[in-house]
Design a protein around this ligand. Structure first.
Ligand SMILES: [Fe+2]
Ligand SMILES: [Fe+2]
Length: 383
């Protein structure tokens, strides 16, 4: 019979290594002889220690394991073997037929159970079948792993395409605006920080970092005379300026992508106020999407503490006083508390990304995306 049963299963035993673990020299020699004739390279171990050493140092494919080893139960060794080499095929050999013992070893991961006396044909047939079945499982697992890696790579490409699209959209809308690209970058990071501190998942927190930069894309529809006016707007001009929220939301609406859906929410509602005094819909309290409540806080903080064409930058002390005054009026009190608790990190982000880029600092379409995770861990409020 020899290697024919192996060939039927289309699994070559060439270069496959078999380990025969048995306390009896005579049995080890005979089984090795059979397996060597079938094309295996054979190793022999008379006890558990030698067996484990071989498994750690050689790529063993098949183990023939006596269930009653000297010094150690073969069933215990079976678990050690599978812990060392999860893909190895183990055939257990017992002196007597015991159904309960057979079920036990098969449940623990053995691929087969043979009762002495074992014939050569019986051994080779069982070994061939078990190796073929194991190969199918390994091939399927490797195929699944390759697919998962491909999906992972494609997700990265899609995410990069998303980020680049955002950068280009924001760049197009802000080329006429007074707000700087650094304002867009900082507020995205601040928003991610607050979202994480509020208990958002990492994925959602990253989504708000990507969505936040689009909060003012609607300004693309505001005339230059109003958008770039270096003095206070008249009542009529301000009414026109306010339409940037609905223009932006219209630009972003209708997408099935969660990030663009969040961007649409933020664009529409980032000027809503906690007490209902904002625009465009006069939403109040929790009726305002949380993403927009976060954006309202970080947008105001960053705007107040940086130069605008119509005013100089305020000191942080003054800006924070104005914001404290807005608690429960302009801003969600719980989110504002989280904002104040995380001020040290917010200051760190501001210092790292000033409006005047430092030498060697890059920001633009080709720069790597900044993630909050690489900057700081937020303090959480436990809410
Ligand atoms: Fe705005
Ligand atoms: Fe802004």
């Amino acid at each position: 019979m020899g290697g024919s049963c192996m060939n039927n299963g289309a699994v070559s035993t060439e270069s496959q290594i078999a380990l025969i673990v048995d306390g009896e020299f005579r049995v080890r020699s005979l089984v090795s002889h059979w397996l060597a004739n079938a094309g295996f390279k054979c190793l022999q171990a008379e006890n558990a220690t030698d067996a484990c050493n071989y498994l750690c140092n050689s790529h063993v494919h098949l183990v023939i394991l006596d269930i009653t080893l000297p010094g150690r139960a073969g069933t215990e060794l079976l678990e050690d073997i599978l812990a060392i080499s999860p893909d190895v095929v183990v055939l257990m050999v017992a002196a007597v037929q015991e159904t309960r013992a057979a079920i036990n070893v098969l449940r623990r991961g053995a691929s087969g159970y043979l009762v002495k006396p074992v014939s050569r044909e019986q051994l080779l047939l069982q070994a061939g079948k078990a190796i073929a079945q194991r190969k199918v499982l390994i091939d399927r697992r490797q195929y699944t792993e390759r697919l998962e890696q491909q999906i992972l790579r494609q997700r990265v490409v899609i995410r990069q395409a998303h980020e680049e699209t955002i950068h280009r959209l924001v760049a197009a809308s802000s080329c006429r605006d007074v707000e700087t690209s650094m304002h867009i970058l900082r507020t995205g990071l601040f928003a991610e920080l607050l979202a994480r501190a509020k208990g958002w998942s990492s994925a959602d927190a990253e989504t708000i970092r990507l969505a936040a930069p689009m909060h003012d894309v609607g300004k693309i529809g505001i005339p230059d005379a109003i958008l770039r006016k270096p003095s206070k707007l008249t009542r009529e001009e301000f009414e026109i300026m306010k339409t940037h929220a609905t223009i932006g939301a219209t630009m972003l609406e209708g997408s099935i992508a969660p990030m663009l859906q969040m961007a649409q929410q933020i664009a529409l509602s980032h000027h809503e106020r906690w007490n209902g005094g904002g625009y465009p819909c006069g939403l109040a309290g929790l009726a305002i999407p949380e993403s927009a409540r976060i954006m309202a806080i970080v947008d105001v903080y960053d705007s107040l503490t940086h130069v605008r064409v119509y005013r100089p930058a305020m000191s942080e002390k003054t800006a924070l006083e104005i914001m404290r005054h807005g608690e429960g009026k302009d801003f969600d009190p719980a989110l504002l508390a989280i904002f104040f608790q995380n001020l040290p990190i917010i200051r760190g982000i501001s210092a790292q990304y000033p409006d005047e880029p430092r030498e060697g600092m890059e920001f633009g379409l080709n720069c790597p995306p900044r993630t909050l995770a690489t900057l700081a861990e937020p303090a959480t409020m436990g809410i």
